[in-house]
Design a protein around this ligand. Structure first.
Ligand code: GAP
Length: 445
């Protein structure tokens, strides 16, 4: 395939492409927007769904030792007491005494306010959890929190899942879902937001084997990004210093991507030890230990956690796929997504809008849509439609022309090479599969 020729692009280019092509819109835009809150449009929703599906497939469906759950966002408030989030899930907040702007103290360079140069007041610890009330009475007894991580549901359901799935240690519980953090300084498009989606897996293992499993999951995660097309030289694994470890972790490492503004975290892989299970046992009074019937031993499992952001990963896939070819009026923007990440795999394009072609093209579309994620487009010139599909990264376009009415064959056009091959409709599904497989192999990062 034509490998990506651009080594990087600006965030502005991606934000404007995202809006123009229906990847991401600002939330509530007709009311002036809500700061740092974003909506996925028809193309972006497919992209993000593909990212989550690829993760779920690798993490749950293709493995015997991981099962999935889908838990509620609202949990018993004691969960957050036991987990330590009520006391520890804070960022240091400072407020400028002149312009009253607020900042995260640990992200500031220098002592003065970056907005007006004023002095800051005393820092205070700001808890990032969103609060709300359950039921009609708004008092302390009715306070509940929007979860700041999906992980706790895997700990409190440990026994339910282990007994019903009959899994033996080592095994993991995975979940994809929304989390909420009242970030002091959200920003960089969908990178840091207050509402976002996480893809997390808690891997329960025997104490003493945890370091080995930590190594295993760091490796697995790095390979996952590369498998789906992120370039290896845009990824790095950064081990946390002792003073930046989350309160529950014995060791953590981040997988970072080289964003236009610098390296930024996509995933954290942590060794959470037996911190969470022990804390929930103590608070709830429920024994969350495990009896190893081969070793005839009871222990509280250790937990290794790969925790990935779905929105950040989708943004990294979008940035990494972006490429430009040619110059001036001939310049072609193309997103070279891995075929499993691309919002659509195949576009069916009748050469003209004439009824005779449209009905044949619809027949071709109906043949393909049970097998691939497809789009049908019969507006504007064929050249413009190819460009539009390139800009949303559709690997293959199938063109139905007037010859099709005679030879029952269509043309497949490849996004990366722009080569066109004529294929009988009866062989079309197999030919598309072959080309997508080649593109899969070529897209490895
Ligand atoms: N359970 C562990 C945990 O939540 P984390 O490093 O705080 O660990 C995991 O979060 C991932 O969730 C991050 O690597 C990032 O991809 C994503 N994430 C965290 N905060 C986010 C935010 N404010 N906006 C978007 N994604 C976020």
């Amino acid at each position: 395939m034509a490998k990506r020729t651009l080594t990087g692009t600006t965030l502005d280019t991606i934000v404007s492409l995202a809006k123009r092509r229906g990847f991401v819109f600002q939330s509530s835009e007709i009311y002036g927007g809500l700061s740092s809150v974003w909506d996925y449009g028809p193309v972006g929703a497919e992209l993000k769904r593909n990212v989550k599906d690829a993760w779920w497939k690798s993490m749950v469906r293709e493995r015997d030792d991981v099962v999935g759950i889908e838990a509620s966002i609202l949990m018993h408030p004691d969960v957050w007491v036991a987990s330590g989030h009520l006391d520890n899930f804070t960022d240091p907040l400072v407020e400028c005494q002149v312009c009253n702007k607020r900042f995260r103290q640990d992200q500031l360079e220098g002592e003065a306010c970056p907005n007006c140069g004023g002095a800051f007041g005393e820092p205070r610890q700001f808890n990032l959890m969103f609060k709300t009330f359950m039921g009609p009475v708004e008092d302390d007894a009715a306070t509940v929190y929007l979860r700041p991580e999906t992980a706790q549901a895997m700990f409190v359901n440990f026994e339910n899942v282990q007994t019903t799935s009959r899994k033996k240690i080592p095994f993991g519980i995975a979940q994809i879902g929304k989390s909420f953090r009242n970030e002091i300084t959200p920003g960089n498009f969908t990178f840091r937001t207050r509402e976002f989606e996480q893809m997390e897996m808690e891997f329960f293992c025997e104490p003493g084997t945890d370091d080995e499993w930590h190594e295993y999951w760091m490796n697995f995660s790095m390979e996952w990004f590369k498998k789906y097309g992120i370039r290896g030289d845009k990824l790095l694994l950064r081990v946390h210093e002792a003073d930046e470890l989350p309160h529950y972790s014995k060791a953590s490492a981040d997988i970072e991507y080289k964003f236009p503004w610098g390296w930024g975290e996509l995933e954290t892989i942590s060794n959470r030890t037996d911190f969470d299970l022990k804390a929930h046992s103590a608070k709830s009074g429920k024994d969350l230990s495990y009896f190893d019937d081969q070793k005839k031993e009871r222990y509280v499992p250790f937990v290794v956690e790969p925790a990935m952001g779905a929105d950040r990963s989708a943004l990294a896939f979008l940035l990494d796929a972006y490429d430009e070819e040619g110059e001036g009026k001939e310049m072609r923007v193309v997103l070279r997504f891995h075929p499993d990440i691309a919002p659509f795999q195949v576009a069916v394009l009748p050469l003209s809008k004439k009824d005779t072609l449209n009905s044949t093209a619809q027949r071709v579309h109906d043949l393909l849509r049970p097998h691939f994620n497809t789009q049908y487009d019969d507006t504007q010139s064929i050249g413009r439609r190819y460009r539009r599909q390139d800009e949303i990264g559709t690997p293959l376009c199938v063109t139905v022309d007037f010859d099709t009415l005679d030879d029952d064959a269509v043309t497949i056009r490849n996004r990366d090479t722009m080569e066109q091959v004529r294929v009988p409709i009866e062989n079309l599904e197999a030919a598309i599969r072959d080309q997508l497989n080649e593109m899969r192999a070529d897209s490895q990062g």
